[in-house]
Write a protein that binds this ligand. Sequence first.
Ligand code: NAI
Ligand code: MG
Length: 356
Amino acid sequence: MNKKIAVIKGDGIGPEIIEESVKVLKKIEDKFGHSFELIYVDAGGAAIDKCGKALPQETIDVCLASDSVLLGAVGGPKYDSQPAENRPERALLGIRSLLGLYANLRPAKLFDQLRDASPLREEIVDAGIDFMVVRELTGGVYFGDHVTEEKDGEAVAYDVMKYSESEVKRIAKVAFDTARLRGKKVCSVDKANVLDSSKLWRKVVVEVAKDYPDVELSHMYVDNAAMQLCKNPAQFDVILTENMFGDILSDEASMITGTIGTIPSASFGDSTRGMYEPIHGSAPDIAGMDMANPIGTILSVAMMMKYSFHMENEAKVIEEAVGKVLDQGYRTKDMESANTTVIGCKEMGDRIAELI
Ligand code: NAI
Ligand code: MG
């Protein structure tokens, strides 16, 4: 198959983790006889450095003309002084919204080999951690009005959390469809005891659930969900939640599986074109040190194969190669534990590619 992939390296560790993922893409091309045309474009800090704009029009055009997008991570302290509308993170929000990527899938699965890296007690880990966070990605407070104004002689700032019925409905459907292919349970996370947007959320989710009698629906307030993720993560199959709650809970979910460095994500809308990226940021503290964990990005490539290209086998081969390297005891620094060998980002990528 011929596929066009827009590649955005981004900032900080972005270029390092993308380089390793490209090694994997090349191996998949060779092994399965595909042709992946990689088109490199900039967004975020790298784009600001080149042309002053965090999200150049060319980047949008190339993404729209591609079959999918692979992204490292954007942002960093160097860009903190940028005006709000030209911050690297806003570029990411722009791509998500312009491509209509309203659904963000973030699997949280504990690799058996990384059990020691989980901060949770052994008996909690033993019960198993394997769930999927389905996060709404183009609505909620990140996309509502952001306002800072003067009132009665002091600065006042507010951000608006807003959802429409149709926005909730389409993401709820994704969650229920996802649950059908997994453990047939959806836990919808909101703050319906306080927020109107959450009350509407809950009402719509209950409506959508009527079309999925085979899937069990439960509801949880977000503060309790944060607690339950530490106390009893085995209870979850699919967690359905709004944009900001999903952002926070999926970072927490990544930590209980050992490290944020291994968690991939897929974002899509109504077409098969998706954007694939690790859930972590640009990690400026370790950028350029060959210390970054490339597995989250490599597993994002596996998700791309599965969700955008329907290449199930290719995805499986990548996942198995990652498993084998971990079996052999190799770890990047963030996954280090007793009796393991710490290697750099490059060597991790080489070893995974070699096993494909
Ligand atoms: P971060 O995820 O970049 O880093 C948090 C901690 O995790 C750091 O100690 C970092 O070293 C570590 N870490 C992250 N990824 C790692 C990897 N692959 N291997 C090993 N260790 C890893 O979050 P932080 O520090 O809050 O944000 C840094 C910058 O990234 C900010 O400018 C932020 O806005 C941006 N950001 C961008 C995202 C994106 O592009 N999707 C998502 C989150 C943050
Ligand atoms: Mg985040």
